[in-house]
Write a protein that binds this ligand. Sequence first.
Ligand code: SAM
Length: 277
Amino acid sequence: MADTWYMLGHADPELARLALQASILDPITERMLHAAGLAPGMRVLDVGTGVGDVAMLAARIVGPTGSVLGIDPGAPALATAAARARLAGLDTVTFREVALDAAADLGRFDMVVGRYVLIHQTDPAAFLRAAAAHVGPGGLLAFHEFMGLGHIVSEGGSPLIQEIGRLVQTAMRVALKHPNVGAHLVEHFDDAGLGRPTLLCEVPVDGGPASPFYDWLALTARSMLPVIEKVSGVGAAALDLDTLADRLREEALARRAIATGAPQFLAWVRCGSTAMS
Ligand SMILES: C[S@@+](CC[C@H](N)C(=O)[O-])C[C@H]1O[C@@H](n2cnc3c(N)ncnc32)[C@H](O)[C@@H]1O
């Protein structure tokens, strides 16, 4: 069910979907954050941490001399995040239940990061400005976002992946505030007064028998089902959600198809010595 901060809500299936999605995205986020300058010893703020994947990833990079704070207004997501960090033995990560807009006293950080958060904001530039206010002098501000629309690969793909991808994209177009935010990062950083960011882009590609892609797509279709039903008139029975991941896998393997995800962007800036507020 949707909540104010996140249209897919924080019920258990969506939290599980976020963790699965993170297993695909984390290697990309890690390469990108290294490129942006994340290094041992840094103090990091992860904005919109969800179930804590970026916070935990950052904690592994900054090591025992660094620290990470993850914030999110979604209490169930944060409880899961804290339990996962404990289980992973990451005692330099803490979490706090608060929205960025309401967080005045967090202090300053060497790096403020966020993944898949701008896409949900009414005003991404205002959100970036608020995030930049927590960056210490000379620190970094980096956001990993994606381009949700217009990337379906038809050549060498599987028709079922394309069909479900199209339904999800059509739903994202109406349900997300900025479904193509990845393609507009320069504009949003500029509007926030942060100048032109440095950019990196990667496309996740997979398609083997053990690939998590099929579950990712099927779980995303499940999470977005109410919107898919509303905008495309396709319901649970027609999608046959319980068998969808298996059918996606079978068809992709039979066709030796390449499964591709949406283009992933990292945009980052080093903030000047004058504090931003
Ligand atoms: C798609 S989830 C991404 C979670 C995580 N960053 C990841 O990549 O796995 C987006 C999260 O951003 C959070 N969020 C949305 N608006 C926020 C705000 N104003 N301040 C802090 N978190 C916010 C939502 O509650 C949700 O948990």
